[in-house]
Design a protein around this ligand. Structure first.
Ligand SMILES: Nc1ncnc2c1ncn2[C@@H]1O[C@H](COP(=O)(O)OP(=O)(O)OP(=O)(O)O)[C@@H](O)[C@H]1O
Ligand SMILES: [Mg+2]
Length: 587
């Protein structure tokens, strides 16, 4: 139930419209129910007592009421459905903005397809009940209450006898809800898993084709699809039992009504007109019950979907601006790692609380200082922790021990927005948006001019190949930039980082796929561009970092050696061995 209440909170801003809608609804239902009374007059007075002078008024009233109902119901539908659509709009916005605030660690733990299904299909399931359900729910509830009152006012005992089966229906719904709840929850989960599988397949289609794994992937998809089918079939089975039983109970009611009513008339305790009115109102009685049963079903589905939506909305924002975080207008570029320890902690899983286990330490008590304007290289074996150091420096994660500082400010005390203006990184796996080359470069500084973009591209040694593209800078690069080679993609992301003009630049294997000649040119312009700026470079190609002011050799999350190339060579440690290994031929 709290889920429903929480969803209702999103309706708060629309309360005036909703009240107006409900006003219309009351009028509408009244207009719907009034004709029954007129029929009572027509049968009992006009026909039975031959009071023909009442007929024109009765007919005029019927027409008038129909007119009112038409206008009011159209207006109300429009009002409430607009509210419903605005509600899901708000919900989607809330989800998107929450997702953008969640830390990287969250996305580490989630499958993107599952998240997509929460934002799309789960919101849709909620939309179904809010847009159509609320209006229907209230209309039918009002109809039912109105009819109950009319029934009892026409004849108390006949009314009570007719209404009694509602309690049986209520009981049936309770039993049904209890069982169907589990089914609908599973159904949403299966759909999430199915979407996750699909996004994985689309993302990895080259690998799948490369190893001809299509049949296996198809089979794996079928397994999930079938599980989804099975759980939906069990929902159908439950509904197929409930709905007919409700139908039976209701037709039984009409038998009671007619039988008991006839008996009352014969005994002179009820009029024929009364029974006709009962019959007329009957459809406002069975219809709503049938409808409410279906809305109840929709509601159960919405609760299951709402649960998944709130799992996102409730996820903790571990990396966030603390209150009073400072906005750094300018930085010099002094970077300090002060006894930093870190492990990629498992973010609380969407599937519920996880067993708290200590994440293995990836960095252990790392300390170093980088002076403004220095060129620093991080080297070390794969998995040593280089990218992790960069990730901490851009505060994609917070350290579990110690502190990362920029110009003496703990990163946790600085607003993320200002921090990321000063610390820009080119990550190991380049990502290009489905947009033009120029837009992809401009991403780091939306106000940059075309000339600045070209200058950045030249510095990244990308201008030449971009000019040869069919539309130059306007060429669309597909999703993930598939139309470009690995080295070309890297150069575009280097250009993007150059354009940002940040005080600190982190290059993580930024030129690993670029040929040495071009790499050399990039580093040359880097030195020119970054006069007075701090740059950190992680690389496996040791020949590129000989002139670095400082080389940090990382192993197993610790700094093993530090110094200049010359110093480290003299030390004859790990670095010297790595250099010698690279200089020797491999084959
Ligand atoms: N997002 C992540 N979630 C969990 N563990 C991670 C994550 N990224 C890296 N790790 C782990 O942290 C360790 C250090 O990884 P890191 O990416 O920092 O290495 P690296 O030195 O950059 O290696 P490479 O030279 O291959 O890029 C590895 O053991 C890896 O398994
Ligand atoms: Mg790395």
């Amino acid at each position: 139930m709290p889920i429903i209440l929480r969803l209702l909170q999103y309706l708060q801003p629309y309360r005036v419209k909703i009240l107006l809608g409900f006003g219309c609804l009351l009028l509408d239902v009244a207009a719907e129910l009034a004709p029954g009374f007129i029929w009572l007059i027509i049968v009992d007075d006009v026909i039975a007592k031959k009071q023909i002078d009442l007929l024109p008024g009765a007919v005029a009233a019927l027409v008038g009421i129909a007119a009112v109902e038409t206008v009011v119901s159209g207006f109300r539908r429009r009002l409430l459905e607009t509210v419903g659509q605005s509600f899901v709009f708000d919900l989607r916005q809330a989800l998107y903005s929450k997702l953008s605030r969640l830390p990287l660690g969250y996305f580490n733990e989630q499958q993107s397809g599952d998240l997509i299904s929460r934002v799309s299909s789960d919101v849709e399931a909620v939309q179904e009940v809010v847009v159509n359900g609320t209006d229907n729910l209230l209309a039918n509830f009002l109809r039912l209450t109105g009819v109950a009152i009319i029934f009892c006012s026409l004849h108390l005992w006949l009314g009570l006898a007719t209404l009694a089966p509602i309690f049986i229906v209520g009981f049936l719904l309770r039993v049904f809800n209890k069982r169907v709840k589990v089914v609908y929850k599973k159904s949403r989960e299966h759909l999430g898993a199915l979407t996750a599988r699909l996004t994985d397949t689309i993302g990895g289609i080259r690998v799948i084709k490369g190893f001809s794994r299509e049949p296996e992937e198809l089979a794996a998809f079928e397994t999930r699809n079938r599980a989804f089918l099975e759980v939906n079939l069990s929902g159908i089975r439950m509904r197929s039992v409930l709905f007919p039983i409700v139908g039976f109970v209701m037709s039984f009611t009409s038998v009671i009504m007619l039988g008991f009513g006839a008996w009352l008339i014969v005994n002179g305790r009820f009029t024929l007109g009364g029974l006709v009115a009962y019959r007329t109102y009957g459809r406002y009685f069975y219809g709503p019950i049938d409808n409410l049963t279906q809305i109840n079903d929709m509601l159960q589905r919405a609760i299951a979907a709402g649960t998944r939506i709130f799992e996102i909305l409730d996820a903790p924002e571990t990396v966030k601006d603390r209150e009073g975080a400072v906005d750094l207008p300018k930085v010099r570029g002094l970077v300090e790692f002060d006894d930093v320890s870190f492990g990629y902690t498992a973010a609380p899983s969407l599937e519920g609380p996880q067993v708290e286990g200590r994440a293995p330490a990836v960095l252990e008590r790392v300390s170093f200082t980088i002076q403004p304007g220095q060129r620093v290289a991080l080297v070390g074996e794969s998995g040593a922790g280089k990218s992790t150091i960069f990730a901490l420096m851009a505060r994609f994660w917070d350290p579990t021990g110690g502190a990362v500082k920029l110009d003496g400010h703990d990163l946790r005390d600085v607003t993320q927005r200002s921090l990321r203006r000063h610390v820009v990184s080119v990550q190991q796996d380049t990502f290009l948006f489905a947009a033009s080359v120029a837009e992809n470069i401009r991403f780091s500084r939306p106000e940059a001019t075309d000339e600045e973009i070209e200058a950045a591209a030249r510095a990244a040694n990308a201008h030449e190949f971009i000019s040869r593209l069919p539309d130059g800078y306007a060429t669309m690069v597909g999703e993930r930039g598939v139309k470009l080679s690995g080295g070309q993609r890297q150069r575009i992301s280097v250009a993007r980082a150059f354009l940002a003009q940040s005080s600190i630049l982190l290059l993580d294997e930024a030129t690993s796929a670029v040929e040495p000649e071009s790499e050399h040119l990039i580093y040359e312009s880097l030195n020119r561009l970054l006069q007075g700026r701090t740059a950190l470079i992680a690389t496996h190609r040791l020949s590129t970092i000989r002139n670095a002011d400082l080389i940090l050799v990382i192993e197993g999350g610790r700094i093993l050696e530090r110094g200049t190339h010359r110093e480290l060579m003299a030390e004859r440690g790990l670095y010297a061995r790595m250099v010698e290994r690279q200089e020797g031929t491999l084959v």
